[in-house]
Design a protein around this ligand. Structure first.
Ligand SMILES: [Zn+2]
Length: 258
């Protein structure tokens, strides 16, 4: 059935706004969770002048644009990253709804999975740590996905939990500090969510994108050879791509190999 265009625009606008609001909250989580600050009770405030933000200043994306990226009180610059994350959240909501048009539970599960991957990736980027609490939330989404995405079988999920995490663990035994313990636990949980096939795709994309990023960082002298840099964000990108395009990538690769 074709819906009229005005209806599609309205639904699209609602979905985008919903996504920006959720990611506005996730920005707070990314900022406060590593510092063990209260996520819900504490009011949002400016980091420049400690002024508590007014309701209008809390509207995702728009408040940033209207204020020109500055605090109205002290003129301190507001980071663009939070705003871009909110835009990403809006696009994520639109994309999940489009990709899973015929199943709202699937779309919501995918949206939640991308959301928690974003949190894990940014906290790892900021602090070089993958927090257990975030992995527990991801595990919860994995349990829900057993029901919303039954096409990924239980056996595939059990194998998925171990098929990448165990080899990474073995590599760590021989090469000290090759990966963090967080990366291994992350791949355990990703395996439960995605099943073994897509988990293999995840780690391959992680290695490729992480490898390219390492080369760029080393050659631009932003990082030295001895610097550690977080691998988690690349695994998270891999997991997100694998969820939507893993099967297509596997088919493409098999056709290439034939
Ligand atoms: Zn301020």
């Amino acid at each position: 059935m074709e819906f009229p265009i005005w209806y599609q625009i309205l639904v699209g606008f609602f979905l985008f706004t919903f996504g920006t609001c959720v990611y506005s909250f996730l920005n707070v989580v990314i900022c406060r969770l590593p510092q063990k600050m209260d996520i819900v009770k504490m009011r949002s405030h400016c980091f420049g002048c400690q002024r508590v933000l007014k309701p209008l200043e809390l509207i995702p994306v728009w408040s940033y644009l209207f204020q020109g990226g500055k605090c109205k009180g002290c003129g301190a610059k507001i980071g663009m990253r939070d705003m871009l994350m909110e835009v990403f959240g809006g696009l994520s909501a639109l994309f999940c709804a489009w990709y899973y048009q015929d199943s709202i539970p699937k779309a919501l599960t995918a949206f939640a999975f991308i959301g928690i991957l974003s949190v894990v990736a940014w906290i790892d980027q900021d602090t070089m740590e993958i927090l257990p609490s975030t992995l527990f939330v991801m595990l919860g989404i994995g349990v829900i996905s057993v029901f919303t995405m039954p096409e990924i079988g239980i056996l595939s999920r059990v194998i998925g939990a171990f098929c990448v995490s165990v080899p990474l663990l073995l590599i760590c035994m021989f090469i000290d500090g090759a990966f963090g313990g967080g990366d291994i636990k992350l791949m355990f949980v990703v395996g439960i969510v995605l099943g073994w096939k897509l988990t293999v795709v995840t780690v391959l994309i992680g290695f490729i994108t992480g490898g390219v990023a390492a080369v760029i960082l080393l050659s631009s002298k932003k990082k030295g050879r001895k610097d550690h840099f977080p691998f988690g964000p690349y695994l998270c990108v891999g997991a997100a791509v694998a969820l939507f395009y893993g099967e297509a990538l596997i088919q493409w690769y098999l056709n290439l190999a034939m």
